[in-house]
Design a binder for this molecule. Structure first.
Ligand SMILES: [Zn+2]
Length: 621
């Protein structure tokens, strides 16, 4: 090893050491002391995840108080006294994902809401808690008959644990109110982290079945929340456990704010949603939504006066609410744009899609400033905008697209012109055709201009010399999907599901110019804090091994009657029909191939090795 001679490097090293020391003395230590006082656990025993440890100890205390056996285990599976618990508790990650998507173009104000403490709300949900409350009462009355037949499946084995867990959360809520609802009190921290702790395989009391059972309760309260929002007259554009986007159907920012404030205060008073923390995050107008990775529109960004530049179009339409300035800015998060060839197509894409929102917004603001606010006028304005957008698509975009396409046709290109990305899964070969399909897939989201879009699509395909109804003109998302659930961001304390085919960046680190190390990072889409790539890799290896085991252990069914095969050797069912597996071979192979591609792209060698091994087994047979 070469000695470090650079004085700057030494100075930087000393600075880092000092920063670390001061942070531990002034931030970490007081926090640990506070947590230790609250939980009664010595500081030295709090470990790497202090909140997880406090939860483990508290939950164990509650379990033993209720005369229940603890299942604490160092493995990711509960210690149930059997050898094969790992196989019994297969956690089917996919089935628990609950996402609502309403594709479309929303010309009125849309608001993105951050949702927190869904688990706490789920546990105290009036409908479900009636059942679990009954269980809890049975426990406190020292009744021993728990086989009431109220549940089936996971709920049967977890009903008592959930009831005790609810008591624990009740204690945290009580402690929080005694602390005066302080955001940084230990009870508040535990309530913020409790879902992450339950989901984390590193906690001693982690149990996949218990986790899945809680997710089902969360899904119930989540669906109730969505239906409440719809009762208030909102249109839910997108909904996941941590984020909901609603269309308010209001044109002005002031009216939309009042409306959202009213909804949030009403939800706070409702029994099933009172424990939820919902906060408006972003505000959009002329919002185009395809899925959570492909959306855009005019965003009202909160800024200081000196941050507004003279060149941007939004400076003429700044809205003031209280002391805050909201500047409309065209923003687009279009992942499928990355799959187009070269910068030219991407720049053209940006131009057309940006104008689709911006021009209509400008027209709307001009019309609003011309007339006073009244319901009739609002209707008049929306019909004017509709006329404007129709003309925009049928005249302006037709001219632009014809010009852009002739340039792309002149440039040519083949399969090698397309970028190879972690999510690439389609055989793409015609750059101009892919450009047309991508643009049209977005314009066609607007139901009001369907006829104009259709005419535009036909003329573009004629220019390309491709028949309108041929198979190659059907748009499919060029990016594959591989969702990993419950990824925790340490910065914004939020648990999210992430499509790993999107957003991962490979950084090349230069180690003193002598060697290079490749490092993969997936960033949190809220705060850009990197997730733990190592943890993601090992979770993916576990996941794909688990899916392989599920594939091996699956049932065969009769293709005629759908009955499960009981014998092992017969080639046909009792009614002489062939067998069919529940999970088809190609479904598993497709998922392994996506992961293999991902591993190759990001240099995740352990994952690559696992995937190649599995693929070898499945494609050979
Ligand atoms: Zn974050």
């Amino acid at each position: 090893m070469r000695p470090v001679t650079d004085s700057n490097a030494i100075r930087r090293g000393v600075q880092l050491c000092l920063e670390q020391y001061l942070a531990s003395v002034h931030v970490t230590l007081p926090y640990l002391v506070c947590l230790s006082k609250y939980s009664g656990i010595p500081i030295g025993n709090l470990g790497e995840d202090p909140l997880g440890r406090v939860f483990d100890v508290h939950f164990t205390q509650f379990l033993s108080k209720n005369k229940c056996v603890s299942w604490a285990s160092l493995d990711p599976f509960p210690d149930l006294g059997t050898e094969s618990s790992g196989l019994v508790h297969q956690d089917d990650d996919e089935s628990t994902i609950c996402i609502l998507r309403n594709k479309g173009v929303y010309r009125s104000i849309c608001v993105e809401l951050d949702v927190r403490r869904l688990l706490v709300a789920a546990l105290f949900n009036s409908e479900d808690s009636a059942i679990f409350g009954k269980r809890a009462n049975q426990l406190s009355d020292k009744h021993t008959d728990f086989g009431g037949g109220l549940f089936l499946g996971d709920e049967t084995s977890c009903s008592i644990a959930v009831a005790i867990f609810r008591q624990l959360l009740q204690k945290y809520l009580k402690d929080l109110s005694l602390d005066g609802d302080e955001e940084d009190s230990p009870a508040a921290e535990l309530l913020e982290h409790v879902y992450r702790i339950v989901a984390s395989p590193n906690t001693l009391l982690h149990d996949p079945t218990f986790h899945r059972c809680l997710q089902k309760l969360m899904r119930d309260v989540f669906l109730q929340l969505l239906s409440s929002l719809q009762t208030f007259g909102c249109l839910v554009v997108y909904g996941s456990f941590s984020r909901i986007v609603v269309c308010t159907k209001k044109v002005g920012l002031h009216a939309a704010k009042e409306y959202i404030d009213f909804i949030l205060s009403t939800l706070k008073q409702q029994d099933n949603t009172q424990h939820l923390h919902i906060r408006p995050n972003r505000v959009w107008s002329h919002y185009i939504f395809m899925d959570e990775y492909n959306y855009g529109g005019v965003e009202f960004q909160m800024r200081e006066e000196d941050e507004i530049s003279d060149e941007e179009f939004g400076k003429d339409y700044v809205t003031t609410i209280g002391s805050m300035l909201f500047v409309p800015t065209v923003v687009g998060h279009w992942n499928m744009k990355e799959y187009l060839t070269e910068d030219v197509s991407r720049a053209y894409f940006q131009t057309i899609i940006g104008r689709f929102s911006r021009e209509a917004f400008k027209k709307q603001m001009t019309l609003l400033s011309e007339c006073a606010n009244s319901v009739e006028k609002e209707e008049e304005i929306s019909s004017e905008i509709l006329k404007f957008v129709k003309r925009q698509v049928s005249v302006h975009f037709t001219n632009d697209l014809t010009r852009m396409l002739s340039e792309l046709i002149r440039e040519g290109g083949d399969a090698s012109s397309f970028p190879t990305l972690p999510g690439s899964h389609l055989p793409l070969s015609n750059p101009a055709l892919e450009f047309t399909k991508t643009i049209m897939s977005i314009l066609e989201l607007d139901e009001d201009v369907q006829h104009e879009s259709h005419v535009l699509r036909r003329s573009a395909l004629t220019q390309l010399g491709i028949r309108e109804y041929s198979q190659s003109t059907i748009f499919r998302n060029p990016c594959a999907e591989f969702i990993l659930t419950d990824l925790f961001c340490t910065e914004c304390v939020e648990t999210r599901d992430l499509n790993l085919c999107i957003g991962g960046v490979t950084i090349t680190e230069n180690d003193d110019g002598s060697s290079t190390a490749k490092k993969t990072e997936w960033l949190c889409d809220e705060c850009d804090n990197p997730y733990d790539a190592n943890e993601i890799e090992w979770r993916l290896i576990d996941l794909i091994q688990k899916e392989s085991v599920q594939f091996q252990l699956q049932d065969l069914r009769c293709t005629k009657t759908g009955k499960v095969a009981r014998g092992c050797l017969s080639k046909e069912s009792e009614c002489s029909a062939p067998w069919k597996p529940d999970i088809p071979n190609n479904k598993l192979v497709k998922r392994i191939k996506i992961l293999q591609n991902l591993a190759r792209f990001h240099g995740l060698n352990n994952l690559l090795e696992s995937c190649t091994g599995l693929l070898h087994n499945y494609t050979e047979s």
